[in-house]
Design a protein around this ligand. Structure first.
Ligand code: APR
Length: 320
């Protein structure tokens, strides 16, 4: 059986980490594509030279031509500009929208059968634009956000309770921005919901509220520390988990930015919801019941995403 082919569009901080993790996990051969000359080739060669040490067999190559992604099974998109301190994800909109148009054309021409994972911010609007630009089936184009946001929530909860991160589940819905909706009712330690743990005296409502807020601002916290870019290890790991579920038909239930056509009463929008990812891509969108406050928060987040998508449609009317 031939190896899978993973194409990484954007060979920056996240792209390089994606290539490393794809290699370490032997997900397949990896092509790094970037507009910058030498960067994808240099990173691919550096990683190829690491492969004997770690003992993995992946062919790693770098390219500046879209032809190199031909026949890819998975395409992960990080092309664009990352946030700098003081910039919101939305400030990136017009710059990265143009990048999505180019990337979409490349995918449509050379990898029309791929499962496409978008990471470029502002995430929900960029994955919407990328799907329009490449015109692949909606279930084959998803955005990576909820997986990262819930990983942050899980880490903060594990740290709070002093328990293994493996035993903490977390649940974040909505757009990938300050309005995201961490759902504490559905977050748990070994199946014990966090509200029960509050009642059991493991923590307090106030401390959980602080964790919710820290999760919402998780991206900015890293940007402010790094100063020259945004988070890259955790975003890359989150996208690799999604690719893994697709390639191995694991049918994991993961929060992703998925295209909604009627679910949650919404249409023509990408927003974070729990989905099943298997060999067909997004195989199911999980529609959970939300209580009043959760619903109001989700609606607020959806409004924020909707206004970014409208801004995209105004800037690039041919996408709409
Ligand atoms: N086509 C291909 N690659 C491009 C294009 C383009 N049109 N424009 C820029 N790039 C490349 C850059 O040359 C750079 O190597 O995208 C890469 C982006 O890498 P970084 O600047 O290191 O950014 P990174 O930290 O990887 O984040 C990428 O993901 O989380 C989001 O907000 C983040 O939008 C940003 C993206």
């Amino acid at each position: 059986m031939a190896r899978n082919k993973i194409a990484l569009i954007g060979a920056g901080q996240i792209g390089g980490t994606l290539a490393l993790l794809a290699g370490l996990k032997e997900l397949g051969d990896v092509v790094l594509f970037d507009v910058a000359e030498g960067i994808p080739q240099g990173k691919a060669l550096d990683l190829a030279e690491l492969s004997p040490v770690e003992g993995f067999d992946s062919r790693l190559t770098g390219a500046n031509s879209y032809q190199a992604i031909e026949g890819a099974d998975v395409v992960i998109v990080t092309a664009g500009v990352p946030r700098r301190p003081g910039m919101s994800r939305d400030d990136l909109l017009s710059v990265n929208l143009k990048v999505m148009a180019q990337v979409g054309a490349g995918i449509s021409k050379y990898a029309p059968d791929a499962f496409v994972i978008c990471i470029t911010n502002p995430l929900d609007a960029m994955v919407w634009a990328l799907q329009k630009a490449c015109d692949l089936p909606k279930e084959k184009v998803v955005g990576m956000a909820g997986m990262l946001d819930s990983a942050r929530l899980r880490y903060f909860l594990a740290d709070e309770f002093n328990v293994s991160v493996e035993d903490v589940t977390g649940f974040v819905m909505g757009g990938h921005g300050d309005t995201m909706v961490p759902l504490i009712r559905y977050s748990a330690v070994a199946g014990i919901p966090v509200p029960d743990l509050i009642r059991m005296g493991w923590t307090t409502q106030e401390r959980i509220e602080a964790i919710v807020q820290r999760t919402r601002e998780g991206g900015a916290e890293i940007v402010n520390l790094l100063k020259t870019g945004s988070a890259f290890y955790a975003p890359a790991a989150a996208a690799i988990a999604m690719a893994d579920s697709y390639l191995k038909d694991k049918k994991r239930v993961l929060p992703c930015a998925a295209y909604l056509s009627g679910e949650y009463g919404l249409k023509d929008i990408y927003v974070g919801v729990p989905v099943v990812i298997g060999a067909k891509g997004v195989e199911r969108i999980v529609e959970i019941d939300l209580v009043r406050e959760e619903k109001a928060n989700f609606e607020k987040s959806v409004d924020a995403v909707r206004s970014l998508i409208q801004a995209c449609a105004a800037l690039a009317p041919d996408l709409g």
